[in-house]
Design a protein around this ligand. Structure first.
Ligand code: IP8
Length: 275
C-alpha cells in the first residue's frame, strides 16, 4: 500500500517566527511515522512524505515577491528560498533519522518544472513517470518525474519532498506548494491513501466544526478564508482545490490524528475521491 502524507508547514514550523522549527510538533509527527512504519501490520508499507514551507519558504518567497504564479529570474532570490527549504528538510530528516525512519531527501527544484499552456507538450520526460496533469497554478502543467521516488520506495526508503521553487518556463522560477506535489505524487504513484496533516483537526465550517466531507469547492467557498499568516500558495481554499483534483480521496486532519490516519483510520475531513 502506498501512502502519500503531507506535513503542513504550519505544523512543523512556528509560522509567525521566521525560520523556526516547531521541535515539539515535529517530534510528535516523527514519533507517529516511526511507530506506523514499525508496525507494518497496520501502517503503510510504502510512505512518501512531503512537507510545506511554513516560516522557512513562505517568509522568503513573500520577501522576494515570488508566488505560485508570480515568477522571478533572480537566481539569488530563488536560491535563498530553496536554501531555506533545504534547512527545514534537514531538520525533518534529522527528526526521522533519530527515530530510525529510513528517510531520504528529494528536492523538487532539481527534478521538477512547470510550463504554461499547450505550447509545451512536455514530451521530454513523458515515459519517465512524469505527472503531466494540470495544476492549480493557472494553466501551468507540473512535470514531476517520480522514477527516483519509485526506486527509493522499492529499496525501503521513505522519500521526503518539500514545497520549493521550480523553474517555470516563461516566468523564471515560481513556488511549487506541497499540496501540488502530493496531488501529483498521488496520481503518478497511484497512491492508495493521501493524508494532509494540518494545524486544524480538518476543514472547518463557519462555526468551527469539522466538515466531514467535501466534494466541490463551491460548496465550501464562502467558508474558507485566507490563511492568517503569510502563505503565498493560498491557505485552506488552495489546499482543497488541489486535493479535489486527485482521484485518491484525501484526508485533512490535525497532528493529534496523524497516528490514526497512518493506522488506516479516517480522521478529519475527506476531500474528493469516489462518490
Ligand atoms: O507550504 C510552499 O509550500 P506549501 C513552499 O506547501 C515555499 O504551500 C517555498 C514557499
Amino acid at each position: 500500500m502506498t501512502t502519500v502524507l503531507k506535513l503542513g508547514g504550519s505544523v512543523v514550523t512556528r509560522k509567525e517566527d521566521p525560520e523556526t522549527v516547531d521541535a515539539d510538533a515535529l517530534a510528535i509527527a516523527a514519533d507517529a511515522i516511526a511507530g506506523a512504519l514499525g508496525d507494518r501490520s497496520d501502517g503503510p508499507d510504502r510512505l512518501v512524505v512531503v512537507h510545506g514551507g511554513g516560516s522557512f519558504g513562505h517568509h522568503h518567497a513573500d520577501r522576494h515577491g515570488v508566488s505560485a504564479t508570480a515568477g522571478s529570474h533572480d537566481a539569488a532570490a530563488l536560491s535563498e528560498i530553496h536554501g531555506a527549504m533545504g534547512e527545514l528538510n534537514d531538520a525533518v530528516l534529522d527528526a526521522f533519522h533519530e527515530r530510525g525512519v529510513n528517510a531520504l531527501p528529494v528536492r523538487p527544484l532539481s527534478v521538477a518544472y512547470r510550463a504554461d499552456g499547450t505550447g509545451d507538450s512536455g514530451t521530454d520526460g513523458a515515459t519517465d513517470g512524469d505527472d503531466h496533469s494540470g495544476t492549480d497554478s493557472e494553466t501551468a502543467r507540473l512535470h514531476l518525474p517520480t522514477a527516483s521516488v519509485e526506486a527509493m520506495l522499492a529499496e525501503g526508503f521513505v522519500p521526503v519532498l518539500h514545497g520549493d521553487v521550480v523553474t517555470h518556463r516563461g516566468r523564471g522560477g515560481t513556488i511549487l506548494s506541497g499540496d501540488e506535489i502530493v496531488v501529483s505524487l498521488a496520481r503518478s504513484l497511484d497512491a492508495d491513501r493521501l493524508g494532509v496533516c494540518s494545524t486544524v483537526p480538518g476543514v472547518l465550517d463557519a462555526n468551527g466544526d469539522v466538515i466531514e466531507r467535501i466534494d466541490s469547492l463551491s460548496s465550501v467557498a464562502e467558508t474558507l478564508g485566507a490563511s492568517d499568516a503569510t502563505d503565498v500558495t493560498g491557505g485552506m481554499a488552495g489546499k482543497v482545490r488541489a486535493l479535489l483534483a486527485v482521484p485518491t480521496p484525501a484526508h485533512v486532519f490535525g497532528l493529534s490524528d496523524l497516528e490514526a490516519f497512518l493506522a488506516g483510520r479516517a480522521p478529519g475531513t475527506v476531500v474528493g475521491g469516489p462518490e
